[in-house]
Design a protein around this ligand. Structure first.
Ligand code: ADE
Length: 271
């Protein structure tokens, strides 16, 4: 996969040289190119922003440098292929594991992290006519710029690329993995030593009984999800649950409506 990032703070993307993403780059699995937006300005001050039409606080990023940058990046790729543009913005659609999986299947992503009050709207509108464009928010809070969101999205996407994670199985049980574990939060994990500060580990994990261990892990996932993310229980597909799951949810105060969906009219019971 190729990833281009256009930013006025190239040094903010230095973490892409480290750890999982850095190793994927070193192995040639990921081709990351970070560009300074100011190289596509033509005035002495390398101006990238201007005052907003209609008034109001802050500055807006000018469209011309972005247009030149995106055209140059497109021209640097294979003839006739367009990248997928990812625009980090708090007004985008929420970034989820589902979108990470979708983006991980694309051969070429271009990120356009903005500073100030954002980029002149005409840039996204113009490229959306030619490219696939995703405006993406990493959460309901406002960052000072989109660069941190680029790091987040890149890491979530890169670890899904074939051969990037050591163990091909290791994202099967990820919290939010589509399909896996019925979209539940992952439960607790333990390693040696068996006793630490007088705390031992759940006995079932020492039993060697794979069926019992899998069931225990699933129960833990349901308990945690019920406590911390009841919205995921409400959304979950009842057909993905077995008798044991339904009994556990009933114990936690969940009831099934006429459509089979789970709800908890009385609110949480002791988890
Ligand atoms: N830029 C500023 N805040 C952001 C957010 N929450 N997600 C993505 N990009 C952003």
């Amino acid at each position: 996969m190729r990833i281009d990032v256009v930013t006025i703070f190239p040094e903010y993307l230095e973490p892409l040289n480290v750890s999982l993403v850095g190793k994927a780059r070193a192995r040639g699995q990921l081709d990351v190119r970070v560009h300074d937006l100011r190289q596509w300005t033509h005035d002495r001050h390398h101006t990238v922003d201007d005052t907003p039409y209609g008034g109001g606080p802050g500055m807006v990023m000018k469209p011309e440098p972005w247009g030149e940058a995106l055209d140059a990046i497109e021209a640097s790729g294979p003839q006739g292929t367009a990248p997928v543009m990812v625009v980090p913005t708090p007004s985008g659609r929420p970034f989820t594991q589902r979108l990470a999986v979708e983006l991980s299947a694309k051969p070429w992503l271009v990120f356009t992290p903005a500073r100030y009050e954002g980029i002149d709207r005409r840039v996204v509108d113009a490229y959306a006519e030619r490219w696939e464009v995703h405006e993406v928010s990493i959460g309901d809070y406002v960052l000072a710029g989109g660069e941190a969101a680029v790091l987040v999205i890149t890491e979530a996407v890169a670890r899904l690329l074939p051969g990037v994670l050591g163990n091909a199985e290791s994202h099967r049980d990820d919290s939010f993995a589509p399909g896996a574990m019925a979209d539940l939060l992952e439960g607790p994990v333990y390693t040696k030593p068996p006793v630490w500060r007088d705390r031992d580990i759940p006995e079932v994990l020492l039993s060697g009984h794979h069926g019992k261990i899998a069931r225990w892990r699933r129960d833990q996932a349901f308990r945690r999800t019920s406590a911390l993310r009841p919205d995921l229980i409400e959304r979950c597909d009842p057909a993905a649950l077995d008798k044991h799951d339904r009994a556990l949810l009933a114990e936690l105060g969940w009831t099934q409506g006429p459509d089979g969906r789970f709800g908890r009219p009385g609110g949480p019971v002791e988890e």
